[in-house]
Design a protein around this ligand. Sequence first.
Ligand code: NAD
Length: 260
Amino acid sequence: MLKDKVAIITGSTSGIGLGIARRLAAAGAHVVLNGFGDKAEIETVRTAIEADYGVQALYSAADMSKPDQIRAMIDLAVEKLGGVDILVNNAGIQHTAPVTEFPAERWDSVIAINLSAVFHGIQAALPHMQAKGWGRIVNIASAHGLVASANKAAYVAAKHGVVGLTKVVALENAEGAITCNAICPGWVLTPLVQKQIDALAAREGINGQEAQVKLLSEKQPSKQFTTPEQLGDLTVFLCSDAAANIKGASLTVDGGWTAQ
Ligand code: NAD
């Protein structure tokens, strides 16, 4: 379905981004992987995607907190793969603390990676989509793009910002075949959330399994984690012709979290 399209997925060495990259590759897109991690492990993932799906997979080590490196990642895709048709802005980090104790440098890095990188990536990729007259931008926001939780000032501010930016970019490209939408997941069991489960277990003196149940029960009525594969399938749908007129939407995949 996405044969010969070129997709960049930021933060795709782990978790949700990797699930999305695999699903886009399975649908026929060439992919650019990005993110941190062990070089050998990343190379194993990259070559497995090429072997499993018969597409080209590149890796960019661009740091999403550095606008010049974001632009270089887009240039790499254009130079080596002939363009950027799909941009999935997924890289993200978390830091939890009450506002009064929130370290300013953590605020700056969460805003840089979770929000400003989305702007810089879109600014660099959009002209290539406009030149071809087709494009898909999928921003991985969060349930925290729509509602808040205590102790997540930077994350909630950044994700609300992503939802707003998504609408602006959608409106600026409302005519034609470029769409920009946000996906707002609830809890997904990835390294980012595992850290919060571990912290909850330590704080409450409970084991990891009990902490998982408590985490889900507090926010996610389905009491089930969303999977990276489910988010990958939704991303593929947003890249399909069926989704051509979905513009500026924020699609929740949160087990009922924001329905409450
Ligand atoms: P994760 O920690 O498993 O993966 C994050 C990815 O981003 C990794 O590949 C990491 O290397 C990369 N990354 C981090 N900082 C980077 C930087 N400066 N430059 C480049 N890459 C960087 O996290 P995840 O849970 O898969 O989260 C992915 C996205 O989904 C994030 O934007 C997160 O906010 C969002 N999200 C996650 C959940 C959840 O429950 N896990 C829920 C809602 C939204």
